[in-house]
Design a protein around this ligand. Structure first.
Ligand code: CA
Length: 218
């Protein structure tokens, strides 16, 4: 799963990016509001961590414009303790949740899971269709009642497909959801990943639609 980290503080940004990657997220880090805006425009993010006080364009402005464009990516605002008005304003603009700095990384991860879950329309931690479900807390796939552990990339792939069971996702869309900026993506990376998933979950778990992409059964 891919997260856009918007934070102008070097120390916070660096440590967050490192911790997120350690937790299996693919994290793109931008340091100002304009770059955040253009990164969001490219799409593919599972969630956004948004600082409010930013150079070039304020975090609330980034959020307002994204929601105006119809971008529904879950946004978790990271804010200072004294910014009550900003917090209220950002929630009114469409932020999904906020977290006061300084925070415990474990709590950040739990809130990220919660906003992603809500966007997926699930009140609990399982998302997906009948035969195939993902547990967002344990990162396991539940297939025909059996649980199986997934790598970070397998998880990101399956999460992208299970958000809209039945919909076809192209190679480019899948790459966009799985890999961050600057990550080396070989031309057959997606094929290798899907081959491995089929071995785990059965040949019919992920269907290929020739020339278009892949989908899971609706
Ligand atoms: Ca800031």
């Amino acid at each position: 799963m891919r997260v856009l980290l918007v934070e102008d503080d070097e120390m916070i940004g660096r440590s967050l990016k490192q911790a997120l990657e350690g937790a299996g997220w693919s994290a793109d880090w931008v340091r100002d509001g304009e770059l955040a805006q253009s990164a969001l425009g490219d799409g593919g993010y599972t969630c956004v961590l948004l600082d409010l006080g930013l150079p070039k364009q304020d975090g609330t402005e980034v959020l307002r414009r994204a929601r105006e464009r119809g971008d529904a990516t879950p946004v978790l605002v990271l804010t200072a303790r004294d910014g009550l008005d900003d917090r209220i304003h950002s929630l009114d603009l469409g932020a999904d949740d906020y977290l006061l700095k300084p925070f415990e990384f474990r709590e950040l991860l739990a809130r990220m899971r919660a906003v992603v879950r809500r966007r997926d329309g699930a009140a609990h931690s399982l998302v997906g269709s009948g035969a195939l479900q993902l547990d967002l807390t344990t990162r396991e796939v539940v297939a025909n009642g059996e649980r199986e552990a997934l790598t970070a990339r397998e998880f990101a792939l399956l999460h992208a497909l299970l958000e809209r069971p039945g919909a076809i996702l192209s190679r480019e869309q899948l790459e966009n959801r799985i890999y961050g900026w600057g990550e080396e993506v070989t031309s057959n990376a997606i094929d290798v990943l899907i081959h491995g998933m089929r071995r785990k979950l059965g040949a019919d778990s992920i269907r290929n639609v020739r020339g278009l992409g892949w989908r899971v059964a609706a």
